[in-house]
Design a protein around this ligand. Structure first.
Ligand code: C5P
Length: 219
């Protein structure tokens, strides 16, 4: 099958990860979760006494870690050094501090470089994040922004967290993270040439179908 690079961006709770993973499976492509890389740096800082309020310390930590991330959509795995942190990076403690890492511009440059390298080594790949359509891979074969209404995104995150978080807290967590993240990259409006898929009224299967249609149209 021919070379195919697909870039997907969107806010938290848009269904980006589950949709991109399934799209990668159907296209026989690799899957890169770039958010996992920011989460891995945040996890590492939080677990090795790196001061998250010190931008230079965070950059040094990001430069120093040995981060291995699998690109198999059926076997997600994130490893730092010898430690498997696949589950740990999803914990609320990591989510709460990840924007601090993501708003550190030198850290972004470093991770963007690594993401481009990983994308270069795979002929077919779906990469997902906040700045893939605009910064990491603006010349991808297909570029899609996945959105959903704030209500739908909140409801999905609520379900993911198992209903243990109150609605008000959830709202603050999600909108707070999106607000911080969007100070460095715009993932709410599609850039020129980027297709828009709105998943508000769609289930997973319907969103995958819409995404595949948009990729076909562009690529
Ligand atoms: O997608 P996910 O919610 O796992 O991303 C975690 C965090 O990583 C985001 O809140 C954002 O701060 C950061 N991120 C980013 N750029 C990307 C992907 C993720 O800044 N391309």
């Amino acid at each position: 099958s021919p070379r195919l690079v697909v870039a997907v961006d969107g806010p938290s709770g848009s269904g980006k990860s589950s949709v991109s993973k399934e799209v990668a499976r159907r296209l026989g492509a690799a899957y890169l979760d770039t958010g996992a890389m920011y989460r891995a740096v945040a996890w590492h800082c939080a677990n090795s006494q790196v001061d998250l309020t010190d931008p230079e310390a965070v950059l040094a930590a990001a430069q120093g870690i040995e981060l291995v991330i699998s690109v198999d959509p059926d076997a997600e795995r994130v490893v730092v050094g010898t430690e498997d942190i696949t589950q740990a990076i999803r914990e609320p403690e990591v989510t709460a501090v990840v924007s601090t890492v993501a708003t550190n511009m030198p850290v972004r440059q470093l991770l963007v470089e690594r993401q481009r390298q990983m994308m270069d080594t795979h002929r077919r790949i779906v990469a997902e994040g906040r700045d893939i359509t605009t910064v990491v891979a603006p010349d991808a074969d297909a570029r899609v922004l996945l959105t959903a209404s704030a209500e739908a995104r909140m409801a999905r995150r609520g379900i993911q967290l198992g209903g243990t978080v109150g609605e008000k807290d959830l709202k603050e967590q999600i909108s707070g993270r999106d607000a911080k993240d969007s100070t460095v990259v715009d993932f709410m409006t599609p850039a020129d040439g980027v297709g828009l898929v709105d998943s508000t009224e769609l289930d997973l299967e319907q969103t995958v179908t819409a995404m595949l249609g948009e990729i076909e149209r562009q690529a």
